[in-house]
Design a binder for this molecule. Sequence first.
Ligand code: CP3
Length: 350
Amino acid sequence: MEDTRKADGMGIKPLLKVLGRQPETIPPVWMMRQAGRYLPEYRAVREKAGGFLDLCFNPELAAEVTLQPVRRFGFDAAILFSDILVIPLALGRKVWFVEGEGPRLEPLADAKALLSVRQEADQKLLSPIYETVRHVKSELAPETTLIGFCGAPWTVATYMVAGRGTPGQAPAKDLAAREPEAFQHVIDCLVDAAVDYLARQLEAGADVVQIFDTWAGSLPPKDFERWCVQPTERLIAKLRAKRPGAKVIGFARGAGKNIPHYVDETKVDAVSLESGIDRNFARDEIQSRVPVQGNVDPLILREGGVALDREVDAVLAAFSGGPFIFNLGHGILPDTPIAHVEQMLKRVRG
Ligand code: CP3
């Protein structure tokens, strides 16, 4: 008789077990931005691909860089190699990456520009990304979880408005305050585009999806509710209407004390924790609600040595009593030595 636990992956994927609230003695491990410039094999493929977006839209090469860190370190999860800014691209905006600086988009300066954002995402443009998911899925071991992702509407909107990363996200905050209805239009477009995008990633073989709200922490409480909590709640409800039981990890970076509320409202299955959060608070008020993921400080990972051992021990001590996925509190930095990643994994896995 077929083992149904194996058929749905729950019986053999440690990360999915944790999402189902069964703690593992040794926590499953992966790293945000695990496919990236700290790996020589990534840099080699990146060079071959040409631009960063060319790599995102090349299924064969994107699958290859997705798999590289899993092969090298035996991580418990692969995260799709793509970027949160492919959604604005699919909504008809211009997006490009400046080497050594970061993303650039044509900015949205006023209500008229906000209202000009297209409602339908170009799914044909995004189809190579679903192809990447299928390709990765076909090569992953059955115990490895495949994570899809998107940017949360607020975080993607901050880049669309400013046309680039901005300290404190002032341009988006100002425009949202001046033109709330037009800003809401962009948020609504981003919710619908994300629902479709994530549903198709799940259909193509992703086991779970993570929603990155990197700039959630820049919003004061009332705006946090309107631009982070409510759109994410709608996104997840609509996604689960399309894909019942869809598993979602939320990352409301910087939201700190507001995370329990974010969890209750959005109904995420788990949350990724930033490095700066009070770990006792996170254990008592967040892990008591949902499994948590995190939260080694990427700066300490780069530093290595005794400081890294202490950081790993502190993370394990805080969260090992409940359902927990070992990770960083934000993406790995490009100048992190590979030996430090190995040191961290050895300490986690014993
Ligand atoms: O985690 C992974 O390994 C999967 C791939 C992934 C990338 N971007 C690849 C990437 C994921 C999950 C993202 C998400 C993303 N992209 C976020 C949210 C998470 C976060 O880190 O806060 C944001 C804000 C972006 C937008 C973005 N993309 C920025 C600001 C930059 C420039 C910063 C940098 O590191 O260069 C990117 C580029 C980017 N996205 C790179 C990678 C590997 C570096 C590109 C390169 O190879 O030169």
